[in-house]
Design a protein around this ligand. Structure first.
Ligand SMILES: NC(=O)c1ccc[n+]([C@@H]2O[C@H](COP(=O)([O-])OP(=O)(O)OC[C@H]3O[C@@H](n4cnc5c(N)ncnc54)[C@H](OP(=O)(O)O)[C@@H]3O)[C@@H](O)[C@H]2O)c1
Length: 299
């Protein structure tokens, strides 16, 4: 299926992309992980049209990037859009260059389409980091630069010290995670041609902030389960399809999801190709209980 795209300035992303957090492990590699299952899921995702794959050097301490490499080995590079991220403790010039080279090596590619600063750093001066990203762009190792978990002042500080346009901000955003609307980040990105990528549109932590369960937000006990279930019935869709459709109905926002289940991947693809009515989009916006948003910097 051809996934529709959204554009901000000259930068374009498909409305649905595929995430790889918890593939191969979490912050460390899990030697007991079922890598074959993860590789099969990434292959399945690409097969059904999800050509944007999101990973990070942090995920499974680089092993997630290796799993992506295995999954995409037979796919022409120009048919894929690959995003990876550098961790804040590697934001110094020499570390950043090494991180980027190591990610490319693990991914077995010559370049990534989008390279993100995974989180803001309190310690390393942003000017050093951004000028190093400029160097990596000029060397052709990264095609576009972006940030993740950045709020407006942080984006402005970063943009002021790079020759390149910051084209993307990847943030936690879902019917329940709305801090980046309240703090003005989404609006700022809309007005400044920065495409927003929503992460964790359907998953949630249970118990809080400890582990990501396979359950989806509409079924989280504290939420308005009935609202999403009623809409699912009305549109003959599933709750996750309703939630994903609501996320990508937001101007300037595209989303990622992760799944190792072929059934869920197929189901989630069914979130596109139809539209919630404006009334129902507003209904979710107004009636869905707002919960926590993770990784919102204070500044
Ligand atoms: N920049 C950042 O700081 C940051 C932070 C978090 C995430 N991300 C990126 O965003 C991607 C997506 O976020 P996420 O993985 O945290 O959360 P998510 O995609 O919202 O949720 C993933 C969880 O939902 C389950 N799931 C998926 N589809 C489902 C369905 N149709 N029905 C029931 N359960 C379903 C998955 O289980 P199954 O595998 O069993 O389907 C998995 O446990 C990540 O993988 C990562 O690439 C970035």
């Amino acid at each position: 299926m051809k996934i529709p795209t959204k554009k901000a300035g000259n930068f374009e992303l498909p409305v649905l992309g595929f995430g790889t957090w918890r593939m191969g492990g979490e912050g460390e590699r899990d030697l007991n992980n079922d890598d074959t299952k993860d590789v099969t899921a990434i292959k399945k995702a690409v097969e059904v049209g999800l050509y944007h794959i999101d990973t990070a050097e942090y995920y499974a301490a680089g092993h997630s990037e290796e799993l992506v490499a295995k999954a995409i080995a037979d796919i022409p590079r120009d048919e894929l859009f690959i995003t990876t991220k550098v961790s804040p403790w590697n934001f110094k010039k020499d570390d950043l260059i090494k991180s980027c080279q190591a990610s490319l090596k693990r991914l077995k590619v010559d370049y990534v389409d989008l390279y993100l600063l995974h989180f803001p750093s309190d310690e390393i001066p942003i000017a050093e980091t951004m000028s190093t990203l400029d160097q990596l762009v000029s060397e052709g190792l990264i095609k576009n630069i972006g940030v993740s978990n950045f709020t407006v002042p942080l984006i402005e500080q970063a943009q002021a010290v790079t020759k390149n346009k910051i084209v993307n901000n990847q943030i936690h955003f879902s019917p329940t995670a709305r801090a980046h609307i309240d703090n003005g980040t989404v609006k700022y990105c809309q007005e400044n041609d920065i495409l927003v990528t929503s992460y964790r549109p359907i998953g949630y932590y249970k118990p809080k902030y400890k582990h990501l369960s396979g359950e989806i937000a509409p079924l989280e006990p504290s939420t308005n389960k009935q609202l999403i279930e009623d809409l699912a019935k009305k549109y003959n869709k599933t709750p996750s399809q309703i939630v994903l459709n609501w996320v990508i109905a937001q101007p300037n926002i595209v989303t990622l999801f992760k799944s190792t289940s072929p059934e869920h991947i197929k189901e989630n693809i069914g979130s596109i190709g139809w539209e919630l009515s404006l009334d129902d989009i507003d209904k979710i916006t107004n009636e869905y209980p707002v919960g926590d948003t993770i990784n919102v910097p204070e500044s």
